[in-house]
Ligand binder design. Sequence first.
Ligand SMILES: [Zn+2]
Length: 59
Amino acid sequence: MRIITHTCPDCGTVVAANELESTRVEKCPGVDCEHVLQFDDLPEHERQHFLANRDRYRL
Ligand SMILES: [Zn+2]
């Protein structure tokens, strides 16, 4: 299974898409980083792939 992640453009911290999907908007977990990450920041095809397979991404 392909893991979909989002990389913070400010600090490079990688966040899992399923985490973003559950919160929709999340402050970057990176140390001293105030960037806000959104599920909608993911590329269209990544979001569609995730939503189509979301049951398999549930832990
Ligand atoms: Zn960050």
